[in-house]
Design a protein around this ligand. Structure first.
Ligand code: NI
Ligand code: MN
Length: 227
């Protein structure tokens, strides 16, 4: 499976017919080198929570590609009201088998309100995803503070975890290091940093402080391969 990181929380996963994007914040993401115009094929869009830097270009991408959007119930209802037709609603703690693999929604300590036309719309609870495709188990934490619930994820045997390190809205480097100790993933990739001055964390500091998992810092818009 090919994994590409487009800065902030934007992660693309490609494995044969499965071409998915998590939190497609392309427009307004100064770290991201692609736009909606560059994406022609997409099978799935995952949304962790309702904030604009995570829902991002979901509506445009879903309309253009016909990708199935996977999100919590409230965000699903919002997207349906915007004309998105293919939606699979899940909720925190739920696990579901899809044709490509298995998805579980995890909880996050954060908000999920959707800003639409200057108003705040209910976005349900914020979450993260465990996505299992061809024996690769990926965990994308979404935006979250450190929570002891992450200890439960140890039993999931995560291959690669995407954890926010930027602070202010989410865990900072030191809390993300603690999260790694709870989750014990084989490898971890830091996200949600350097997009804005207020989340200006250093991924190399994170790499230095993590002891028991491999840290893979993926440069913005670069890819790695998982077997
Ligand atoms: Ni957020
Ligand atoms: Mn965010």
């Amino acid at each position: 499976m090919k994994i590409t990181y487009h800065g902030h929380s934007v992660v693309m996963m490609e494995d044969k017919d499965f071409k998915a994007i998590i939190d497609p914040f392309l427009t307004g993401n100064g770290l991201c080198n692609i736009t909606v115009d560059d994406i022609n094929e997409l099978s799935h869009i995952f949304i962790t929570h309702g904030h604009g830097d995570h829902i991002g270009d979901t509506v445009a991408l879903a309309r253009k590609t016909g990708a199935l959007v996977i999100a919590n119930h409230e965000i699903s209802a919002y997207l349906a009201s915007k004309g998105v037709e293919k939606i699979h609603a899940m909720h925190l703690g739920g696990r579901t088998t899809f044709d490509f693999g298995v998805v579980k929604m995890t909880n996050a300590i954060h908000g999920s309100g959707i800003t639409d036309d200057g108003k705040m719309i209910e976005g349900g609870n914020p979450g993260g995803f465990i996505i299992e495709v061809n024996n690769n188990k990926i965990y994308h934490a979404g935006d979250t503070g450190l929570t002891y619930d992450m200890k439960l994820l140890e039993d999931e045997h995560i291959d690669l975890a995407f954890l926010p390190i930027g602070g202010n809205f989410t865990m900072d480097v030191n809390d993300a290091v603690k999260a790694v100790k709870f989750i014990k993933p084989k490898a971890v990739t830091p996200i949600h940093y350097k997009t804005f001055p207020i989340v200006n964390a250093d991924p190399e500091e994170f790499k230095k402080k993590v002891k028991d998992s491999e840290v893979i810092v993926i440069d913005f818009n670069e890819s790695i391969e998982m077997e």
